[in-house]
Every structure is written in structure tokens, then in C-alpha cells.
Design a protein around this ligand. Structure first.
Ligand SMILES: [Cu+2]
Length: 152
């Protein structure tokens, strides 16, 4: 019995240490958001869009799958494009952030976060946003609200 306990302890502590290390060190650093911001919207309009740059400092691709905020009923990941001179946008099930690389959410790439059911937000406010990745990473960030005429 004593030998069994010793074996258990030898197996258990490294496993626990690895788990604690994974919890404390893994999630936050490998993916980061730069320059996240949301377009200000006038009262009575409940839809707006947010832009950002996602950086992946890890050595494998990461995939953004979901976003949410206490200030929006829901957020969808979109990409806009032009078909027959008409602007369209399409929901994305995931956006790849390449290993050691980045993805811009901008007017150039068309990627944006679409906020639905947003109460009036004003330039200068900071809005908490949660970003979820396919590998389980959850990122809590703040987006600054800016005048939409400066969007792009
Ligand atoms: Cu959209």
C-alpha cells in the first residue's frame, strides 16, 4: 500500500504541475489583439462593426470561432466582399490566424466582427469583448469605441 501511494504521488505531482503550468502560462500570450475598436453608432441603430489585428505568436495556426460581449446580444464573425458592384457580407465559421503571423480585420481584408443588438455606444468608451478560439483559448480584451468616419 505504501509503495502504491508513493507511485501515485510520483505520478500525480508532475501531472498537477504540468496542469497548473498549462493553466497559468498557456492561454493569454500566444494570441493577442492589437488596435481593437468598434464604430460608434447613433441612438436607434443597433448594429455596428469592429476591427482589429489578431497576432499569433505560437508555432501552430489558431482559429477564431466566436466572439461575445455584454454590450451586444450577439456578435458574428463576418467577411465582406463585392459581387457585381454590390457589397455583401458572409458569416465565417472560423478565421485562421497563421502560426507566427497575423490577420487584419480591416476594410481591406473585409473581415470584421458584426455586433447585433448593441445599445448606444459612444466614442471613447471601452467595451469588453471575449474571443474564443478552436483550441479552447479564450481572450478577454477591450475594444475602444471610435467615430465611424475614421473607420478603416
Ligand atoms: Cu458584417
Amino acid at each position: 500500500m505504501r509503495n502504491f501511494n508513493l507511485l501515485q504521488r510520483l505520478l500525480f505531482y508532475p501531472a498537477l504541475a504540468a496542469l497548473l503550468y498549462a493553466c497559468s502560462a498557456e492561454p493569454a500570450r500566444e494570441i493577442r489583439v492589437e488596435n481593437g475598436w468598434i464604430a460608434e453608432i447613433p441612438p436607434m441603430i443597433a448594429v455596428t462593426a469592429a476591427l482589429m489585428t489578431l497576432h499569433n505568436d505560437s508555432d501552430s495556426a489558431r482559429y477564431l470561432i466566436e466572439a461575445s460581449s455584454p454590450r451586444a446580444e450577439r456578435i458574428e464573425v463576418h467577411r465582406s466582399f463585392v459581387v457585381n458592384e454590390l457589397a455583401r457580407m458572409e458569416r465565417q465559421s472560423e478565421v485562421e490566424v497563421p502560426a507566427g503571423g497575423s490577420v487584419e480585420f480591416s476594410n481591406e481584408t473585409g473581415y470584421h466582427l458584426m455586433f447585433y443588438g448593441t445599445s448606444a455606444i459612444h466614442a471613447g468608451e471601452r467595451i469588453p469583448v471575449e474571443l474564443r478560439f478552436r483550441n479552447g483559448t479564450v481572450l478577454h480584451v477591450e475594444f475602444e469605441v471610435r467615430d465611424r468616419r475614421k473607420m478603416g
